[in-house]
Write a protein that binds this ligand. Structure first.
Ligand code: GAR
Length: 210
């Protein structure tokens, strides 16, 4: 089984979905550590309940991003992960950190990338009148939300949606999307290769759709 490290900042509903997928064998992996930059992140409770080691690296205790990222890297290295999974981790990472885990770090972003990089994606999808919205799983590069996309889930934008109702619909899809994408990585079928995604050894022309 792959050794998985999950980084969170908040609620941890994606972490919970990943814990379940490892437990039921859907993912050939074991979550060896959960790291949060927020001491009060509710998601830490999911790790505790599952008996997974937890570490807090509080970004407020460090003078700058470089110092924070060094400590974060040390915390991760001590559990020797094969894959680092960002699951609602809301800190921008330095290029040094990203390079250290190049090709073995993934993120889930609440939009159909390359649309809507950055924050407040649900409100921005509504403001732009987009008919469809969704979530993307991508390998992390030093370009924010710009790494090669592995898999996406689409959801409709419905009449009367608020950013809250739309976010809830996207997050339900995320809870199926992230385990599906991680399962493919841990099966060896999906790999990162120099800025592209390989699927069964062939360059992926467009993201897989859940
Ligand atoms: C998820 O919707 C994820 O896509 C988003 O934060 C939420 C975390 O929820 N990530 C980002 O916005 C990254 N910039 P969770 O803590 O319940 O998994």
């Amino acid at each position: 089984p792959w050794r998985l490290a999950v980084l969170i900042s908040g609620r941890g509903s994606n972490l919970k979905a990943l814990i379940e997928a490892c437990a039921n064998g859907r993912i050939d992996g074991t979550i060896v550590t959960v790291v949060s930059n927020r001491p009060q992140a509710p998601g830490l409770e999911h790790a505790r309940a599952a008996g997974i080691a937890r570490t807090v690296v509080d970004h407020r205790s460090f003078p700058d991003r470089t110092a924070f990222d060094r400590e974060l890297a040390a915390a991760l290295d001590s559990s020797a992960p094969d894959l680092v999974i960002l699951a609602g981790f809301m800190r921008v990472l330095t290029p040094e950190f990203v390079n250290r885990f190049a090709g073995r770090m993934v993120n889930i972003h609440p939009s159909l990338l390359p649309a809507l990089r950055g924050l407040d994606t649900h409100a921005r999808a509504l403001a732009a009148g987009m008919p469809t919205h969704g979530a993307s799983v991508h390998f992390v590069t030093s370009e924010l939300d710009g790494g090669p996309v592995i898999m996406q889930a689409r959801v409709p934008v419905c009449a009367g949606d608020t950013s809250e109702t739309l976010a809830a619909r996207v997050q339900l899809a995320e809870h199926r999307l992230y385990p599906a994408a991680i399962a493919l990585i841990c099966s060896g079928r999906i790999q990162s290769a120099g800025g592209t995604v390989l699927y069964d050894g062939q360059p992926l022309e467009r993201p897989l759709l859940l």
